[in-house]
Design a protein around this ligand. Structure first.
Ligand code: NOJ
Ligand code: NOJ
Length: 523
């Protein structure tokens, strides 16, 4: 267990393991060269992943207060996650509600790995500080509004000391409260599981009070967020990329998940009216989510009635962040293994493969057809029309993002695990293009049918899902810095890091993909 080592050295941590330096990217002028020369072997990938996992957790924690070495002594309130240590060009020295909730959710997973360890107790300190800071933030009037009518909960970002950011911005963003509620409910579940006596003990009331109480108007963090989500979900807001107003897949996916879990939580606190209300609203959101499937385009769209294609990494992230907790029999709306998500991933990956020179593989393009249709790991950006290059608007267009590329790997690993556990794979009309492309390099006929462990196709599909997930991680391996650091983006032409350095979310997304890979490999 290296975790305790990492956590006891929160402030002054030096790598206790050696990291071989990776080849500099600028020595590879042509993209094809990059791939043929740097394509890592399977076992090398495994070794890299193990090393990078430790680096990613260390660098993620560096951006979290209390204790993080990038935030220590800099006026950062305890419980804060800075989006990146970069204070100018670009300035990401803020706490975004979304980035913070997603990061803390990753830390809850790490906490739950070994709740009685000393590292877990450091994490509990961080998570407790996060809870109390979020409560303060909820109570802070800001440009989106106030707590009294709940409108203030839609404020997307705060200064690192917890005060409101008042300059103009794409606000409100309604995914924040849903994500925060999900993270805190996850923490409560895990904390409860590791302290089974707590629920019925005398300390229970004091412990749970900041998280959930039935009182109205809501004064506990989760209750306030659930009230917000359940009353505002049908109003338009800015998307997760903070650019367009409308109704968004990502936002609604995390909203419905928070209300479903919220309903269970409310019931356990005897808050029956609220439980019914959350469930009812969740049902309406589920109905609306049906509209995000565009049968003409043959994929989901991120924003309704938008001029954009709708292909978007927010589709992948929406699916991932709306997964029911492990072991729950609740069904997700568009889980990672749903045909709608898989064909959308395929369409996005094809677009991005052809769009970014760094993704091109000229040697294969010369082959006669076939091969180029095969689904392969590639660097993924946010969406085709993106023009944000990490610093400002660029007429060259956007770039691949670390977190989007990781999310594709995670989708594929989770899909493989799901199929493997279910013991069957049904290929329908809807999913056919995905499975044809996944299996394009095999000689098997991919037909509409249900396949099981006695069919070769079942095993090939599992093997290809993991191998393609690994290819997405190999892209990351090729583009991280020599010390394993990840920024926000990597350049579409030369593959160099671009945008905010050490983006916290990049590390978290990578850790989640690796977690999904481990689950799959343990089956
Ligand atoms: C900064 C935002 O965070 C980012 O999402 C956006 O793409 C750029 N500004 C350009 O609007
Ligand atoms: C820009 C991204 O578009 C947005 O999703 C994120 O919250 C901020 N950067 C901060 O990382």
């Amino acid at each position: 267990m290296l975790l305790p080592v990492i956590l006891t050295h929160l402030v002054h941590y030096t790598h206790a393991f050696s990291i071989p330096s990776l080849p500099r990217l600028n020595s590879f002028v042509s993209a094809s060269h990059t791939h043929t020369q740097q394509q890592p072997l399977q076992d090398t990938l495994g070794a890299w992943i193990e090393r990078e996992e430790r680096i990613a957790l260390d660098k993620l924690l560096a951006n979290v207060a209390p204790g993080g070495r990038n935030v220590w002594g800099k006026g950062v309130a305890d419980g804060t996650v800075v989006a990146s240590p970069s204070q100018d060009g670009p300035d990401y020295w803020f706490q975004w509600v979304r980035d913070a909730a997603i990061t803390m959710n990753t830390l809850v997973d790490v906490y739950a790995d070994d709740p009685s360890s000393s590292s877990a107790s450091s994490l509990a300190t961080i998570l407790d500080a996060y809870t109390s800071l979020q409560r303060d933030i909820q109570h802070t009037s800001n440009p989106s509004g106030t707590l009294d009518d709940l409108s203030g909960l839609g404020e997307p970002k705060f200064h690192v000391d917890g005060t409101p950011f008042t300059a103009s911005w794409g606000r409100p963003q309604r995914d924040g409260p849903a994500l925060r509620a999900l993270t805190l409910m996850h923490y409560l579940r895990e904390y409860n599981a590791s302290h089974p006596e707590l629920w019925s003990s005398e300390a229970s009331e004091a412990f749970f009070r900041p998280y959930y109480t039935v009182e109205m108007p809501p004064r506990s963090v989760i209750k306030a967020d659930l009230e917000y989500v359940s009353h505002f979900w049908n109003q338009s807001s800015f998307d997760l990329w903070e650019e367009v107003e409308g109704l968004h897949f990502f936002t609604l996916m995390v909203s419905v998940r928070s209300l479903k879990e919220g309903s269970v939580l409310a019931r356990s606190f005897g808050d029956m009216g609220a439980a019914d209300w959350y469930e009812e609203q969740a049902g309406y959101i589920e109905n609306l989510l049906g509209k995000f499937w565009n049968p003409i385009k043959g994929h989901l769209v991120e924003t309704l009635w938008s001029k954009r294609s709708g292909l978007d990494c927010g589709l992948l992230l929406g699916s991932l962040h709306a997964l029911p907790p492990l072991g729950s029999d609740d069904e997700a709306v568009y889980p990672p293994w749903s045909d709608e998500i898989l064909v959308s991933l395929l369409a996005l990956a094809r677009d991005q493969r052809d769009r970014f020179p760094i993704n091109s593989r000229p040697s294969e393009d010369q082959d006669d057809g076939g091969e180029t249709d095969a689904f392969e790991g590639t660097g993924l950006g946010r969406y085709p029309e993106d023009v944000y290059d990490g610093y400002g608007t660029s007429n060259r267009g956007g770039n691949p993002w670390f977190l989007c590329t990781s999310s594709a790997a995670e989708i594929l690993y989770l899909t493989a695990s799901h199929i493997s556990i279910a013991g069957n794979l049904t290929i329908t009309d809807l999913g056919l293009p995905f499975y044809q492309s996944l299996l394009a390099t095999s000689s098997l006929d991919v037909e509409l049918s249900t396949y099981g462990p006695s069919d070769a196709l079942f095993h090939s599909a599992l093997e290809r899902l993991q191998a393609t997930g690994d290819q997405f991680l190999e892209v990351l391996e090729t583009h991280v810095d020599a010390d394993g650091s990840m920024s926000e983006q990597f350049d579409r032409i030369d593959g160099f890091a671009r945008g905010a350095r050490d983006l916290t979310w990049s590390y978290g997304a990578f850790l989640q993909a690796v977690r999904a890979r481990k689950v799959l490999r343990a089956l």
